[in-house]
Design a protein around this ligand. Sequence first.
Ligand SMILES: C[S@@+](CC[C@H](N)C(=O)[O-])C[C@H]1O[C@@H](n2cnc3c(N)ncnc32)[C@H](O)[C@@H]1O
Length: 384
Amino acid sequence: MTIVATIPLESINRADVSPLPPRGSSLGRLNAICPYYTMFPLDFPGRILADAHDNDWVLDPFCGRGTTLFAARLRGLGSVGIDINPVAAALASAKLASATADDVTSLCEQILGSGPEAEQPQGDFWELAYHPNTLADLAKLRRALMRMADDSTTVLLRAIVLGILHGPLRKGAPTYLSNQMPRTYASKPDSAVRFWHSRGMKPPEVDTLDAVRRRARFTLAEIPTQAPGCVRAADAAAEIPSLDRRFQWIITSPPYYGMRTYSPDQWLRSWFLGSDPLATYRVPGHLQHRGLERFAEGLADVWRAAAARCVEGARLVVRFGALPSVGNDPMKLLMRSLELANAGWTVYSIVTAGEPSEWSRQATQFSTPGGYVEEIDCYARLDA
Ligand SMILES: C[S@@+](CC[C@H](N)C(=O)[O-])C[C@H]1O[C@@H](n2cnc3c(N)ncnc32)[C@H](O)[C@@H]1O
């Protein structure tokens, strides 16, 4: 494995060629439909795709909430996303969907107004997390959305509810359906109950339909022109061989070494999608963190499968990092994975993502007293 050249970050990520809407523009709101713990900033894939040609296709094999797919859509390009976590896949699917706020609200109204009550989860957590009326609405929406075919309106209603399922209490009309909670990840049930008890916090009474309507109007005020694509909830290495097209771009960010909580942190959103109302602390197929070599081999399988679906000259761009607590070098680990893949990827640049000065950097989400995770951006090309 050779690094052909190392060039500074500024010469690759040029803001002046980004096809992205200006920050704050309503066109970018769909991308923020729901947070996801380790999303990367839209500018990252956006600036890279400024160099794409009109009929190029983009693959993100670890797509998370679908930031790469949204950047591809803004650029008018087709894209495919894969993620093992159903929450990520549900959010990423919304990045490719198109429906009006009225369509989404009507669907919500129709579901809430029809059929018998749905079975609700029981226990302290649920009693303190949601007002009884809100929990009844959520259970109904959950049951209906689990049974419905995935058209654009359904996909967007599902993602909107995931986005307002939990978050901080606000003054005025509530944005979120839950008692006080972070919006990025769901608290563990026992610690959430202790927190609410100790502060005497009661769940707010929220008009679910009104909360969905307000959120849909905001998020879908302006959406980008539709672009082709799909999302699969699957293991990337196993799924890529079944894709029936060739790609010019792979832009992705695999799980950071040492980061194991993508699924447990999303346990409440997983429940809404149909899983048991319990925190899931191990997702079968999630890239394992049982030693560096095993991890590198898992990544190598993805790079090899992806190379077989790419055209010659395709670009692979990887943002990768490691938590400070595991103390390893993300560059060495990524290079090892490309070496093990032995699939024709030639690295032409590796740059550090620098100091965590920008609010939007993924690393800032791992902030610990021990410092920030180290992140690198690796650029490679597929040679014959
Ligand atoms: C760093 S996050 C990607 C975040 C994404 N760039 C975004 O902006 O939202 C890594 C993702 O890899 C997914 N993942 C882990 N193991 C996987 C596997 N074997 N196949 C596909 N996805 C996997 C995790 O569920 C997680 O969503």
